[in-house]
Design a protein around this ligand. Sequence first.
Ligand code: ADP
Length: 189
Amino acid sequence: MAGVKRIVLLGAPGSGKGTQAALLADALGIPAISTGEMLRAAVTAGSELGARVKNIMNAGDLVDDATMADVIRDRLSQGDAVDGFVLDGYPRTMAQAETLASILDAAQQSLDLVIQVEVPEQVLVGRALDRRREDDTEEVMKNRLAVYEEKTTPLVDHYRELELLHRVDGDQSIQEVAAAVLETVGVMV
Ligand code: ADP
């Protein structure tokens, strides 16, 4: 699958998709774009956007689609995204998937591949408890998982219908998952 460059990683909170997005982007020499990281940076910087999203993120809820459309449109218009990108954390809703498709469409581009990092729910819960920050209550973690189930899992079917979806077993070591991801995009390790 030579030439694959515009990639979305899908996965629940705690699936390890952020780690895999960074490894894959390095291997391909394209940027990993994490909307979660961008929003956290905005919160840390104390920007207007950060102030707006802080409480929403702390509750484990989703930032509204219109705000996220501005964030992703700005980011994808930057020069380093011209040759491709690995998206981590976007899209998270069907409306976001449509926004992404229309942004790419306007640039005569399209997605090449969507990789779902699959991890059983009981493993996700265990990982969440391990990495829990002090301000992260169990209730917030459960909410993140529930929001993922409700809003983001429909994207799996959507991308399957578009024949873009590939799944990798995320219940393995970081290196094993990375190897499976690279195999999926046809890059030798
Ligand atoms: P996780 O890996 O736990 O899912 P992320 O780092 O991807 O976390 O995102 C952290 C938080 O940032 C989310 O819980 C949500 O509040 C917000 N966020 C990130 N990306 C999006 C998005 N595409 N749409 C709405 N909210 C988002």
